[in-house]
Design a protein around this ligand. Structure first.
Ligand SMILES: *[C@@H]1O[C@H](CO)[C@@H](O)[C@H](O)[C@H]1NC(C)=O
Ligand SMILES: *[C@@H]1O[C@H](CO)[C@@H](O)[C@H](O)[C@H]1NC(C)=O
Ligand SMILES: *[C@@H]1O[C@H](CO)[C@@H](O)[C@H](O)[C@H]1NC(C)=O
Ligand SMILES: *[C@@H]1O[C@H](CO)[C@@H](O)[C@H](O)[C@H]1NC(C)=O
Ligand SMILES: *[C@@H]1O[C@H](CO)[C@@H](O)[C@H](O)[C@H]1NC(C)=O
Ligand SMILES: *[C@@H]1O[C@H](CO)[C@@H](O)[C@H](O)[C@H]1NC(C)=O
Length: 691
């Protein structure tokens, strides 16, 4: 009896403050809603630089770049209408009681008085080993309602999208159409009247067709001016089954595309499912094939004859896609907790949709490719030093994906379309134009990219047990290693991946990458029956690493640590390139270097992390996680705790930035948003599993 009354008092305490939401595991800077591809990437701002704290009702969802993607939700309970998504005027909002994220979903719980509870699930399914499902550029919105007062309630659910999804130019003319698929999925198809193939405006795609869909009994639909359509539902609890044929600019009497479902008298529970997605027949313009430019189809085109067939499959696949996504959620949760606890899971699970939404599957099942966009730093494609920080998540989820990301990089260079002796930086200056750099004038990071290519080729081959891959690419890997042998010990004045921090000669951490790359090539040589190359590369790497420990270490500092550059004894930085030595099992770098760094980092930790180096107070979250993965347990946990705290306290309000100030938690004047580099969160899990 006592126990029961205690429970009741806790419940009533909670319900008296129910207008305040809980956030689990924490409230991230932006809440992922439909986050599935470079062009399907819609978020809810939370951080105080512009977000409302993480409440779905009361502000508009935005594209990752910041502009609104109109997406509204209303519910009518016993004749009264409330808003559950978007900044609608004229109705009161439901009360959000909780928000929870996993690797693949965001779930909001809402209360409508003491009568009804809503569970609103945004699921962007991720199926790393099922390329057919993964190729679909679609995301789910599922709305569950249940009576919580034991009484039946008359419930209708409404949701619409605006034409803002179809172009980054609000003056662009939109067209639309309504239809029903063979298996009963009702859809609004919305698209730019003038298609601009392979073009972007404000980072949005200017070609392809958007689909917004639902199914089930009691469905009505309508397109028309936003205020009219939303008011029609609020008034009548249903829509007019009518299509507005006045095709016009996105911002002229804002056309919206709405569905309503009458769930009838709900005694226990009921649900309704929506799907949102983008269909582009042609996805990428690609220069790597032996001839000229080729047009790469979206991979889903090989599996489905039409976009509506793909939509039909996706919409009816909800339970299977949800189960597969849940498997991935559980695996990541279990492994992250076992590896380093809740702070680590808070980080890993926030990165997954962001990383997968930066890539797209293209080509055919016989000849597939993956293309990656840097997202916010610029539009560069398959940037080697962006794939490198991201690569642990691909090794962890499916190493084949890493191979497909590296494929166009090898192909362009092996087909003689890049003139330099070192490795290329990216396959094209702006997504989706993979036009390469036949003039050799890319953003050169020679040592960085040669090291990255050799290291990632070996990591993939070890994880996938695919030494044939190493034989196939041996000549070019050896060519890049020749560059490493020339440049790694005394790196010339050049930029590293941290290009925003400026160029510098003799960078200690960059040298280490090059030296580890040479030892990685020794291992590649060994695995491909080139014993002379193996012993040659190995003896060079051993010699270099011995010298590096004199050149790059401030032995007399207190405590000793590696420097930012040779001889600059007052400097320091994150020695994140050490990670590859452990990852590849090279044992090139003595344990004393690992121990020295683990002892050092806590002495320079600021509120939200350890600065990248002595030039600035900012840090890189991806490199912190590489560094943490090879640190002592207590230093590793220090990194994780500071980063998990940052996630919940940062004033930034966009997708997880990898660059932030360690003291204020804010952007340091450079705004990186939702970049795939955060796949580096999986560095520790790769070490735990082994290659
Ligand atoms: C939301 O909570 C407030 C405060 O408890 C209450 O006054 C209001 O009626 C609630 N609104 C809904 C739609 O439940
Ligand atoms: C891709 O190339 C085409 C043709 O040159 C150009 O019109 C388009 O703007 C480019 N796309 C981007 C995003 O730069
Ligand atoms: C060892 O490798 C380097 C760099 O690839 C090359 O310049 C050198 O000739 C090689 N030495 C031998 C003995 O093969
Ligand atoms: C790099 O370091 C070496 C050894 O300290 C020095 O001799 C050389 O001048 C440095 N290079 C540059 C470009 O500063
Ligand atoms: C690789 O190295 C191992 C151990 O040093 C050696 O036994 C083996 O013969 C080498 N394999 C090749 C192909 O060089
Ligand atoms: C840096 O420290 C090393 C010893 O760790 C010393 O040999 C070197 O002279 C110092 N360099 C400078 C510029 O003070």
């Amino acid at each position: 009896m006592h126990f029961l009354s205690l429970c009741l008092s806790v419940v009533s305490l909670v319900s008296s403050v129910r207008a305040v939401s809980t956030f689990s595991p924490v409230r991230p800077p932006a809440l992922p809603l439909a986050v599935k591809s470079p062009y399907l990437s819609t978020w809810l701002s939370a951080g105080k630089d512009g977000g409302n704290g993480g409440y779905l009702a009361g502000q508009w969802p935005t594209f990752w770049f910041g502009q609104i993607n109109g997406w509204a939700g209303q519910i009518r309970v016993d004749g009264s209408t409330y808003t559950w998504m978007g900044a609608l005027t004229g109705t009161s909002t439901v009360n959000q009681t909780s928000y929870e994220y996993t690797s693949t979903s965001s779930v909001f719980t809402m209360r409508v008085g003491e009568m009804v509870e809503m569970k609103i699930t945004f699921l962007s399914p991720i199926t790393p080993s099922d390329l057919r499902r993964q190729s679909l550029i679609f995301s789910y919105l599922n709305v569950d309602v249940k009576s919580i007062d034991g009484k039946p309630h008359d419930i209708q659910v409404y949701s619409d999208i605006s034409a803002e999804w179809v172009s980054g130019d609000r003056n662009a003319i939109a067209k639309w159409d309504y239809g029903v698929t063979n298996n009963g999925v009702a859809y609004h198809k919305v698209y730019r009247e003038t298609q601009l193939l392979f073009s972007e405006i404000n980072e949005q795609a200017e070609w392809g067709e958007w689909y917004w869909a639902t199914d089930g009994d009691g469905m009505t639909y309508q397109s028309g001016p936003d205020v009219d359509v939303r008011a029609a539902f609020a008034k009548n609890g249903k829509l007019g089954n009518s299509n507005d044929n006045g095709y016009r600019a996105i911002s002229t009497k804002w056309p919206v595309f709405a569905f309503s479902r009458d769930l009838g008298s709900v005694k226990t529970s009921a649900s309704t499912l929506f799907s949102i997605g983008l269909a582009q027949d042609s996805a990428i313009h690609y220069s790597g094939k032996p001839g000229g430019m080729t047009v790469m189809p979206s991979l889903w085109k090989s599996y489905f004859s039409t976009a509506t067939a793909a939509l039909d499959f996706f919409h009816h696949d909800f339970s299977a896609a949800a189960a597969l996504s849940k498997d991935l959620d559980s695996r990541i949760a279990k492994d992250s907790i076992a590896a380093a606890g809740q702070d680590y899971l808070t980080i890993t699970s926030l990165t997954v949709r962001q990383v997968f939404a930066a890539v797209q599957l293209c080509g055919t099942p016989e000849d597939p490719y993956i293309f990656m966009k840097e997202i916010s730093s610029n539009g560069n494609m398959n940037t080697v030093d962006v794939i490198f920080p991201a690569h642990p998540i691909f090794l962890y989820t499916n190493p084949e994906l890493l191979k497909l990301l590296l494929k166009p990089i090898f192909e362009i260079q092996e087909n003689g379309k890049y003139p330099n002796t070192f490795a290329m930086h990216d396959i094209g200056t702006h997504y989706p134009n993979a036009t390469g750099h036949p003039d050799g004038k890319d953003e050169q990071m020679p040592l960085e990219e040669c090291g990255n290519m050799v290291i990632m080729a070996l990591a993939y081959a070890m994880k996938a047990k695919d030494d044939k891959y190493l034989s196939q690419h041996y000549p070019i890997l050896k060519k890049w290693t020749t560059y490493l042998v020339q440049d790694a010990l005394y790196p010339a004045n050049q930029i590293s991946t941290d290009d925003f921090a400026g160029a510098l000669a003799n960078q200690t951490n960059l040298a280490l990458k090059g030296i580890i790359g040479i030892q990685a090539m020794a291992k590649i040589s060994n695995r491909t029956a080139h014993p002379d190359d193996a012993s040659n590369h190995s003896s060079i790497a051993q010699d270099y690493i011995r010298q590096w420990q004199t050149l790059g270490v401030a032995h007399n500092a207190n405590p000793p640590r590696t420097t930012l550059s040779y001889g600059a004894n007052e400097t320091h930085g994150l020695l994140y390139n050490l990670y590859a030595d452990r990852e590849l099992g090279l044992n090139l770098v003595p344990q004393s270097v690992y121990d020295m760094q683990s002892t050092f980092y806590p002495t320079v930790k600021a509120k939200y992390g350890v600065p990248l180096d002595t030039r600035h107070t900012y840090t890189k979250a991806d490199w912190e996680l590489f560094t943490a993965a090879v640190a002592s347990t207590s230093t590793r946990d220090m990194f994780h705790k500071a980063l998990a705290t940052w996630i919940s306290e940062t004033p930034t309000n966009r997708g997880f930035t990898d660059l932030f100030d360690t003291q204020t938690g804010d952007y340091p004047g450079i705004t990186f948003i939702a970049r795939p580099v955060m796949g580096g969160a999986f560095a520790l899990l790769v070490l735990k599993e082994g290659l």
